[in-house]
Design a protein around this ligand. Structure first.
Ligand code: AMP
Ligand code: ZN
Ligand code: ZN
Length: 424
């Protein structure tokens, strides 16, 4: 905290004697010393926000930040799902290394257990250290409202005995359990309230998360008026955030990202797995834009004969033989077989019983529809910077570490990619 007896703001108002030294005016008119606030770092995610949504004419606040800062199309990590990508952004590790390889997982070291988006057992998260843990260790106070994994006592252990307890581990100093029912307005209010605190308990690193654009994209498709309406709503909340920061005189370096894009899906574009292979030969772990499978015991050869040959609208691999560009296929949590559908196509266990439409993601990270949003805005950024065309979300982590003045832990992120974004 920097407290100056006579700040610039006071000097501007000296004529009105608002900042005159104590004793020279009645106590009732004495103003508290004006604090010169240091910039905070705010990492803001708009789930499922495709960069081209900025062209819909409904996001004046985001467009203003893009125009006054640096905007780029960012490549997500594969698979283009929510949890693997949020974790990639805050750890700098691609899913294959971070261990958050999917939204739903199994683990050969924990037979019978399943990871879902509600799992807070640190075991599943402990393979990559999130930036708020590194920050807290270094004395940089962090607050999350919300972020996947930020409710986890990172580094801790869940006891085997019933009732389970979590021992040890680190959470952000301020965090909240994710709940979709907490409105965007309440989330922004929460962040602003944290910044109203006295400096000793005020966060210097904050995350904020909006799910409305992803939800509308899933339910109605990316081209729907509902998706556009959700963009407008979230943009309005970002406008409230900026106004609140201004009112507090709180400078902020904002890094605004999305985790992936969104593409239209249709019951007209379904690959039914039971028509590709014999259901007696496999077990599906996840299905949708991709499917991950395990062979039934002893059925590997029969399954491979059907699965690994060329298929219309999808391609399947043994996990270890996926093309290198996916950086995916070594982690024990990835099932033995992986099938990726052509963008816009869906893999399902069986043919759909009734028509469906809407949006989804999880496809090839190079598909134009899967690209993610990146905007950097604030006093730290050199607005002349142009990001390389194919920069990936793991490169955001070293940028965040630099903004916070903390040492990044080793990761898949390349500090050089966004190095020129920060002013010298
Ligand atoms: P996806 O299924 O990949 O589209 O994931 C998006 C959904 O993830 C959102 O609609 C939220 O319901 C859920 N989600 C986002 N953040 C969290 C969190 N921190 N904890 C649990 N669920 C979350
Ligand atoms: Zn998402
Ligand atoms: Zn989604």
């Amino acid at each position: 905290m920097v407290l100056r007896p006579l700040s610039l703001a006071c000097l501007a108002f000296l004529a009105l004697s608002a900042c005159a030294p104590a004793g020279q005016r009645p106590a009732s008119t004495m103003a508290a010393p004006v604090e010169q606030r240091q910039p905070v770092t705010i990492l803001l995610s708009i789930d499922g926000f495709r960069p081209d949504y900025l062209k819909r004419g409904v996001s004046p606040n985001l467009n203003g930040l893009a125009a006054g800062g640096v905007e780029a199309s960012m490549r997500a990590s594969f698979p283009t799902k929510t949890f693997p990508n949020h974790w990639a952004i805050v750890t700098g590790d691609r899913p294959d290394r971070s261990g958050i390889v999917a939204n739903n997982m199994e683990d050969s070291s924990r037979p019978g257990e399943k990871f879902t988006m509600a799992t807070d057992d640190p075991y599943w998260w402990n393979e990559a250290e999130p930036i708020w843990v590194t920050a807290e260790k270094t004395g940089v106070r962090a607050a999350t409202l919300f972020w996947p994994g930020s409710n986890v006592a990172w580094g801790g252990t869940k006891t085997a005995d019933w009732p389970h307890r979590i021992t040890g581990g680190t959470r952000p100093s301020d965090w909240a359990q994710f709940n979709e029912a907490i409105s965007g307005e309440q989330r922004v209010n929460g962040v602003l309230d944290l910044l109203r605190r006295p400096t000793n308990i005020r966060p210097r690193f904050l995350t904020l998360y909006f799910d409305a654009v992803d939800t509308a994209g899933h339910e109605n498709g990316p081209d729907s008026s509902e998706a556009t309406q959700a963009v407008a709503e979230v943009d309005g909340q970002i406008g409230r955030l900026m106004a609140g920061l201004k009112e507090l005189d709180q400078p902020a370096n904002l890094v605004i990202v999305s985790d992936h894009g969104m593409a239209q899906k249709s019951s007209e574009r379904v690959v039914a797995m039971d028509r590709v292979a014999n259901p007696a030969d496999y077990r599906i772990v996840e299905s949708g834009p991709y499917a991950s499978l395990a062979a039934q015991p002893g059925r590997e050869t029969a399954l491979e004969a059907r699965l690994l040959k060329p298929q219309p609208h999808m391609q399947c691999w043994r996990k270890g033989e996926m093309p290198n560009r996916f950086h995916y296929g070594t982690h024990r949590r990835i099932p033995p077989y992986f099938c990726l559908a052509q963008t816009g196509w869906i893999i399902q266990p069986t043919a759909p019983a009734k028509p469906f439409a809407g949006g989804d993601h999880g496809w090839d990270d190079r598909a134009p529809e899967m690209q993610a949003l990146f905007i950097a805005y604030g006093p730290a950024f050199d607005t002349r910077f142009r990001a390389p065309a194919d920069f990936t979300n793991v490169d955001v982590y070293p940028l965040l570490a630099r903004l916070l003045g903390i040492a990044a832990v080793a990761s898949d992120g390349d500090a050089a990619v966004l190095a020129g974004l920060i002013k010298n």
